[in-house]
Design a protein around this ligand. Structure first.
Ligand SMILES: NC(=O)c1ccc[n+]([C@@H]2O[C@H](COP(=O)([O-])OP(=O)(O)OC[C@H]3O[C@@H](n4cnc5c(N)ncnc54)[C@H](OP(=O)(O)O)[C@@H]3O)[C@@H](O)[C@H]2O)c1
Length: 323
């Protein structure tokens, strides 16, 4: 069984979490509620960026209420700071908005969403166009991380980490930080294995969480489509689904996985990966899969017309608070 992985804080992160990117409206609330109450998920991966923390919060209120019967300490809630927020005031604005929308007193994990710097602005501003020119720069990482470190003292977050950091960005951060990130959440699936990064993080005591663990099947992003013949053959032999094989591969390399689904049957199947293993040959076959294709490179955040950071709408917050 691989239910949890240890963090360098002494806490434990559940091996499987529910992703919530692009989970909108009531479908999001239904999926989170179903995942926790019917399928046994204890980790929900959120972000202010996703614009749906109010909908996640509606489900959390039920899950943690009398009807749900799950204790707060048994849930693991992650959220993320968008990268225009840098000063302590901006960061507190962001974390307070996430806490208010989710209906929580604290987050178990708060991540710096992207290493990409952007000119300082209000925490709810979309990234200014000028950021495009600088998106590969890392000069403000240290400054942002110091603010994250200070956040720990507020008790609003139990652990801090990063997301989408590569080795050089981590090296830069580790050279100056007081607190080593507990987690690096990055894109990982058989088509983007990032073996060196996973190994580097392991050596530094940084747990790695796999976002986009299924490669977003059925979309036009990148060239990836599931199932591939290798995974499909293994799945058939084991009597599992291709998605289960891919997620189990993620667990066996020591990474937690964050599949997103709005479909109850898939939500259940995606966590039904804890009590069986891939054999060595299957493991090796997946580790040899080609091509390696990165799907999420961050440019969407500047180039999309739907600039992703949505302002927290006060009336929605009030609506959630009144429930
Ligand atoms: N830190 C970051 O920058 C970052 C970036 C990207 C993602 N993330 C996190 O990682 C989570 C997961 O990534 P993702 O949402 O991009 O993509 P993903 O989990 O790789 O794929 C989600 C897609 O897979 C489908 N799916 C789910 N289970 C399936 C199954 N068993 N068989 C076939 N299809 C299945 C879902 O459709 P149905 O809903 O119809 O089942 C959905 O369209 C996100 O939701 C987010 O929380 C973080």
């Amino acid at each position: 069984m691989t239910d949890f992985f240890p963090l360098n804080t002494g806490a434990r992160i559940p091996a499987v979490g529910l992703g919530t990117w692009e989970a909108d409206g009531e479908a999001c609330t239904r999926a989170v509620r179903f995942a926790a109450l019917e399928a046994g998920y204890r980790h929900i991966d959120c972000s202010h960026l996703y614009g749906n923390e109010i909908q996640v919060g509606l489900a959390l209120r039920e899950i943690l209420g009398d009807g749900g019967g799950i204790k707060r300490e048994d849930l693991f809630l992650t959220s993320k700071l968008w990268f225009t927020a840098k000063t302590p005031r901006h960061v507190e604005t962001c974390v307070d908005a996430s806490l208010r929308n989710l209906g929580l007193d604290y987050l178990d994990l708060y991540l710096l969403h992207w290493p990409t710097p952007a000119p300082m602005g209000d925490a709810t501003d979309p990234p200014p166009a000028a950021a495009l020119e600088h998106r590969e720069e890392v000069r403000q990482i240290k400054e942002s991380w110091q603010v994250m470190e200070a956040l720990l003292a507020t008790n609003k977050v139990r652990a801090i980490g990063v997301s989408n950091f590569g080795i050089s960005q981590l090296q830069e951060l580790l050279g100056s930080c007081l607190i080593v990130p507990a987690v690096n959440q990055v894109e990982l699936h058989p088509f983007w294995r990032q073996d060196d990064l996973v190994e580097f993080c392991k050596r530094k005591g940084i747990h790695v969480s796999a976002h986009t663990p299924l490669g977003i099947p059925g979309t036009n992003i990148g060239s990836l489509q599931l199932p591939t013949s290798v995974v499909a053959a293994i799945a058939e032999e084991l009597g599992k689904t291709p998605a289960q094989v891919i997620l189990r591969w993620g667990l066996q390399r020591g990474t937690s996985v964050l599949p997103r689904s709005l479909t109850p049957e898939r939500i259940k199947l995606n966590i039904d990966i804890l009590d069986w293993c891939l054999a060595d040959d299957d493991w090796k076959a997946i580790n040899a899969m080609e091509p390696q294709v990165r799907l999420i490179n961050g440019t969407f955040s500047y180039l999309s017309e739907n600039a992703p950071l949505q302002a927290v709408k006060e009336d929605e917050v009030e609506q959630a608070e009144n429930i």
